[in-house]
Design a protein around this ligand. Structure first.
Ligand code: FMN
Length: 347
């Protein structure tokens, strides 16, 4: 693979823009090594936090793939699941991650610690532990979709920009010298304001956006699939994420790095996220659906796409976002709607 795939998040150079996102596939050292071996530029390890209830929730996790019509299927295109956090002591987990990160650094890759917010004090403590372990990247997820269903306080979603800026500033102080990436929720429409808050708090990048919460009625049992609401993601989410990336790029400015997550299934999807403003992407479902080889496939597809178009990855970043116009700037075309209704409407 060539240099055309290279990108960077601030002063951190990445070999390519495909990062294995936090999730069950990277809840073990073996999984993390497999993701790196598959070619990922880095891995965001499965999250932990300071609350035992959040880890205990993993024992009630369940997962189902849904087809394009939203029906459970053996090989679906969407993932619907409830999850919990890694059942590892944070200090021990971060020490293990740091050891793999040191090896990965020799190869120009990284392994990041990730936490799902429960409280400010806990986030500060975990930031300190990550720094002491020698990790280079800390991802703070303030928008895990399961917050509303988990034991109260075990997972907290932060959607208030002022509180987020304060939280990030406090975590920033404990992670000095590290890359601090803030992962934002998909369940709020104020993503641009939250990205600005993350930047104000001192984050190096904002990642968007978390998956959505859904309830899937089952046409055979007439009950809810999996018995609960759960997080829902699929390739269909990508255009929604792209809009928020573009709006956030406008709000934070092109100099502040954004990462895209939620809906990337192909090399073309990585390019779309880039055109919307993402300097890199985080992928999880691809690995759940097809194994770590999915990462290799996506990177190869992206490389082929860039080669065919004669561009470097970084030349894509923000191109579509910067060409995004408002409704009021569009040409006036009276009667255009007539082309999109049944003939009876205008008979
Ligand atoms: C089963 C599962 C577990 C996840 N666990 C975490 C987690 O612990 N921490 C986190 O920040 N994100 C977690 N995520 C979110 C992913 O990191 C990713 O952002 C999301 O799935 C959207 O990307 P995708 O469309 O490539 O799956 C999880 C996702 C899935 C599907």
């Amino acid at each position: 693979m060539s240099d055309r795939l290279a990108t960077s998040i601030g002063d951190m150079r990445l070999r390519n823009p495909v990062i294995c996102a936090s999730g069950e596939p990277v809840m073990t050292e073996a999984g993390i090594r497999a993701a790196l071996h598959a070619g990922a530029a880095g891995v965001i390890a499965k999250s932990v936090n300071e609350r035992a209830e959040a880890a205990a929730q993993l024992d009630r996790a369940d997962y189902v793939e849904l087809d394009a019509a939203g029906v459970p299927a053996a090989h679906g295109v969407s993932l619907f699941n409830r999850s919990g956090l890694a059942q590892r002591d944070a200090a021990e987990w971060f020490t293990a991650l740091a050891a793999i990160d040191r090896e990965a650094a020799d190869d120009g890759r990284f392994v990041a610690a990730s936490i799902v917010l429960a409280g400010v004090d806990g986030a500060e403590m975990l930031g300190r532990i990550a720094r002491r372990a020698g990790l280079r990247v800390f991802e703070l997820n303030v928008g895990a979709p399961h917050a509303s269903e988990a034991t109260p306080g075990a997972i907290v979603q932060e959607t208030d920009p002022a509180r987020l800026a304060e939280l990030v500033a406090r975590v920033r102080a404990t992670t000095e010298g590290m890359q601090l990436w803030v992962k934002l929720t998909g369940l709020s429409s104020n993503l641009p304001a939250l990205a600005v808050a993350a930047r104000q708090g001192g984050a190096d990048a904002a990642c968007m956006m978390g998956r959505f919460m859904a309830m899937v009625p089952d046409l055979d049992t007439f009950g809810p699939v999996l018995g609960t609401s759960a997080a829902y993601g699929g390739g269909w989410a990508l255009p929604i994420v792209c809009r928020f990336l573009a709006l956030s790029r406008r709000a934070v400015g092109a100099g502040f790095p954004l990462l895209g997550t939620n809906g990337v299934r192909s090399g073309g999807d990585v390019a779309r996220m880039a055109l919307a403003g993402a300097s890199a992407t985080e992928l999880c479902s691809v690995v759940m659906h097809e194994g770590f080889g999915g990462l290799t496939r996506v990177i190869a597809e992206l490389d082929a796409l860039l080669t065919a178009r004669g561009v470097r990855f970084t030349e894509l970043v923000g191109r579509a976002a910067d060409a995004l116009h408002g409704y009021g700037e569009q040409a006036v075309v009276p009667g255009r709607w007539r082309d999109f209704v049944p003939p009876e409407t205008i008979a």
